[in-house]
Design a protein around this ligand. Structure first.
Ligand SMILES: [Zn+2]
Length: 417
C-alpha cells in the first residue's frame, strides 16, 4: 500500500504505531515479555491511561491493577457498555494479542470525542492486568475479579521468586482487600465486547478480515496411563508382546481421527512419557495427556466419552491396562446471540462478508457471561495465523476495518438500548 493510501485509513496507522510503542515496554528486551504487577505493567498501563485521557475518558487503576477508562454517556442512569482486553503477554510474545482489544476501542472513543458525540450509555475500556497467567499460574485474574469469581486463596500463590500475589499487589500500590469493589456483577453493565486477533488461521484461509465469535471453547484435560509388560527387545516374539507404547500410539491416532471426523471438536496429545525408556526394553508404561475442546459443551463431553470407549477397546485388544482420568474441565462461554447479530451487521456495514467461528483459545470475555451478555470480534492474524510468538502479524488495513466495525457496533448499541 502507498503512504497516501495508508494515511486514508482512519484508525489503523495510529493503532499500529501504538502497538509498536507498547511492544518496547518489556522485561527482557528485545523479546516482548510483560507480566502482571511489574514495572513494565505500570509503564504500559500509564501509556494506555494517557491515550484514554486524550480520547476524552476519565481513568482509574482498580484494586487489581486493571486500567479502566470511562467515556461518560448522555444518560447518567443508562447501563455501561464495556470493552477491552489484556495488556500482559506470554514470554516472547507477539504485539497484538490483547493489546489490539485495548487500542481499537480507545480509537473508537477518540473518534466519538472528536466528533463531539456522547452515546446514551457510557463506554468503559478496560486494560486487564493479567490474562495469560504467566507470573502466578492463574489465568484471567482481572476479568475473573470483575465477574466475581476471583478465589481469595489465589492471593497466597507465589511467583518464581516466592513473592505472593498479595505482596505483589501491595508492592504495586494495588489493594488485595479491594476485590469487592472490582466485582461488577449487578452494577449496570449492559454488554462486554472484546476485539482480538484470531490467533489461528481460519479467517486468513477464508480470505476474510473479520469474524464473529460464536462461543469461546470449553476444555477437558485427561491423564491417560497405559500399563503393559516390559521384556527383552530381542527375545519376546512380536505376537506375545504387551507393549504399552505401541498401545498408546494407537490411542493417540484414534484420538486424532475421532476429532478429525467430528466438526467442532479439537483434540491434542501434547505429553507422552515412556518407561523404562531404554532402547532394548519393551515399554512397560506409557503416560499421555489429552486436551479436548469445543465451543459446545455437549460435543466436548460426548467426545471425552467416545475417546474413553475407544481407548478401552484398544487396551482390551492389546491386553494392556488403561487409566483414563479427567482432571480439568472448563465450560464453554457462548457469545450472546443478539450481540452476534449486531456485530455481524456492523461487519456487513463495512462492506465485508461475515464469517462466524468459535474461539479455541481462552479470552477475558469468557469471564463475562456471569456479568452481562458478551460478544467477540475476531480480526485476521497474518503469517499463517501464528500467535503467542514474535512473528504474530496484523495488517494495518485489518486493524482499521476491525476498529470501524467495533465503532459501528458501539453506535448501534446506542440505538437499541
Ligand atoms: Zn489474548
Amino acid at each position: 500500500m502507498s503512504a497516501s493510501a495508508a494515511q486514508a485509513l482512519r484508525f489503523g496507522p495510529q493503532i499500529m504505531a501504538r502497538a509498536d510503542e507498547l511492544a518496547a515496554i518489556t522485561e527482557e528486551a528485545p523479546r516482548l515479555t510483560r507480566t502482571y504487577l511489574t514495572a513494565q505493567h505500570r509503564q504500559a498501563g500509564e501509556r494506555i491511561a494517557a491515550w484514554m485521557r486524550e480520547a476524552g475518558m476519565s481513568v482509574h487503576w482498580d484494586a487489581l491493577g486493571n486500567v479502566v477508562g470511562r467515556y461518560d454517556g448522555a444518560r447518567p442512569d443508562a447501563p455501561v457498555v464495556m470493552t477491552g482486553s489484556h495488556l500482559d503477554t506470554v514470554r516472547d510474545a507477539g504485539r497484538y494479542d490483547g493489546l489490539f482489544g485495548i487500542l481499537s476501542p480507545i480509537a473508537c472513543v477518540a473518534d466519538l470525542h472528536r466528533r463531539g458525540i456522547r452515546l446514551p450509555h457510557a463506554i468503559e475500556v478496560v486494560a486487564f492486568g493479567d490474562e495469560e497467567g504467566v507470573r502466578f499460574g492463574v489465568t484471567l485474574i482481572g476479568s475473573k475479579a470483575m465477574a466475581g469469581v476471583f478465589d481469595p486463596a489465589w492471593l497466597d500463590r507465589t511467583d518464581s521468586q516466592g513473592i505472593s500475589l498479595r505482596q505483589a499487589l501491595l508492592d504495586f500500590g494495588a489493594d488485595p482487600n479491594g476485590l469487592a469493589g472490582v466485582d461488577r456483577r449487578g452494577r449496570g453493565i449492559a454488554a462486554f465486547i472484546e476485539s482480538h486477533i484470531e490467533q489461528g488461521p481460519v479467517l486468513l484461509q477464508a480470505g476474510l478480515a473479520l469474524g464473529v465469535v460464536t462461543s469461546i471453547a470449553g476444555a477437558s484435560r485427561i491423564r491417560c496411563t497405559v500399563t503393559g509388560l516390559a521384556g527383552h527387545a530381542g527375545t519376546v516374539p512380536m505376537n506375545q508382546r504387551r507393549d504399552a507404547l505401541a498401545a498408546a500410539a494407537e490411542m493417540v491416532l484414534a484420538i486424532e481421527q475421532h476429532c478429525q471426523n467430528h466438526p467442532g471438536l479439537v483434540g491434542t496429545v501434547g505429553q507422552l512419557n515412556v518407561l523404562p525408556g531404554a532402547v532394548n526394553v519393551i515399554p512397560q508404561h506409557a503416560a499421555f495427556s489429552i486436551d479436548i475442546r469445543s465451543g459446545v459443551d455437549a460435543t466436548r463431553l460426548a467426545g471425552v466419552e467416545a475417546l474413553r470407549v475407544q481407548c478401552e477397546a484398544i487396551a482390551a485388544k492389546r491386553s494392556v491396562q488403561l487409566g483414563f482420568e479427567p482432571y480439568f474441565e472448563l465450560t464453554a462461554a457462548p457469545c450472546d446471540e443478539r450481540l452476534q447479530r449486531q456485530l455481524a451487521d456492523a461487519i456487513s456495514a463495512q462492506g465485508l462478508p461475515v464469517m462466524h467461528l468459535p474461539s479455541g483459545a481462552g479470552h477475558d470475555a469468557m469471564a463475562f457471561p456471569a456479568v452481562c451478555p458478551m460478544a467477540m470480534l475476531f480480526v485476521r492474524c497474518g503469517n499463517g495465523g501464528i500467535s503467542h510468538h514474535p512473528d504474530e502479524i496484523l495488517s494495518v488495513e485489518d486493524a482499521d476495518q476491525a476498529t470501524a466495525a467495533l465503532l459501528c457496533l458501539l453506535e448501534t448499541l446506542a440505538l437499541t438500548d
